[in-house]
Design a protein around this ligand. Structure first.
Ligand SMILES: C[S@@+](CC[C@H](N)C(=O)[O-])C[C@H]1O[C@@H](n2cnc3c(N)ncnc32)[C@H](O)[C@@H]1O
Length: 245
């Protein structure tokens, strides 16, 4: 996958994009990151890319011409254009999976007070990473790149498959443990060291349901639950009631 990022601050991407799994994935050619600075597409004498808003008001707004020029000069015709904006649709695992199927993504980062309204016409998606306002679209773009690229084939080793991750199957992930078996009086559940793979899988499914029920019951409403899942949830409910008595 080719990922094009349009930004005024390409240097912000250096650390996060050149470390660990994302670095290895790029070294293996699983995705390529292209950082494009709007300033290089400004026709203004001093290469400025922002201006004060018509109608007055605080702050500066990104001008349309440098962003249109940068996107039109670099964006492949196929592939999707994403505009980072707190006013967009909320980013989630489902959208990450959808974007991971594309051959290329182009991500536009706003900055300052935001961008000229006409820039919205460039975008296939307007995406928010949450109901809060950051100074620029660079951190949100990195969140999207991280979540999407780890879904690309080969980025995670087989043993780190995203299939068990929280949200992937509509549920939160089950609790994980590693050595030592006993730590500060806290024990690893017996079943995980039993070597019985069927029992381990059942335990994990049940704990995944328990955790989702406790922390994100809203997710259960939108997940296809099997009869076994429903039986497990009923059992969990009985266990929780018994605890309260
Ligand atoms: C200070 S914000 C501008 C916010 C704008 N005045 C508004 O109220 O919608 C500057 C830029 O940061 C990015 N940004 C800020 N918060 C974001 C969020 N939660 N999700 C995605 N992008 C965000 C957007 O690209 C935005 O144009």
């Amino acid at each position: 996958m080719d990922i094009y990022v349009f930004t005024l601050f390409p240097e912000m991407f250096t650390g996060p994009m050149e470390t660990s799994i994302l670095k290895k994935a790029q070294d293996k050619g699983l995705f390529s990151l292209h950082l494009i600075n709007y300033r290089d597409y400004s026709l203004a004498k001093h290469k400025n890319v922002d201006d004060s808003p018509f109608g007055g008001g605080a702050g500066m707004v990104l001008k349309p011409e440098p962003i249109y020029n940068a996107v039109e000069d670099n964006c492949p015709l196929q592939g999707k254009v994403i505009l980072m904006s707190p006013q967009g649709q909320k980013f989630d695992q489902q959208l990450a999976c959808e974007l991971a199927k594309e051959e290329s993504l182009s991500i536009i980062c706003g900055h300052y007070e935001g961008f000229d309204e006409r820039i919205r016409n460039l975008a296939d998606y307007e995406v928010s990473i949450g109901d809060y306002v950051l100074t620029g679209g660079e951190l949100p773009a990195m969140v999207v790149i991280d979540a999407v690229s780890r879904l690309l084939p080969g980025v995670l080793g087989e043993e780190e498959s995203p299939l068990q991750d929280s949200f992937y199957n509509g549920l939160l992930e089950y609790p994980q443990y590693t050595r030592p078996r006993s730590f500060n009086g806290m024990e690893v559940p017996e079943v995980l060291i039993s070597g019985n793979h069927k029992q381990i899988a059942l335990w994990r499914r049940k704990e995944s349901l328990r955790r989702t029920r406790e922390r994100r019951p809203d997710l259960l409403e939108n997940t296809n639950l099997t009869i076994e899942d429903k039986n497990m949830l009923a059992e969990i409910e009985r266990e929780e009631l018994a605890k309260d008595e």
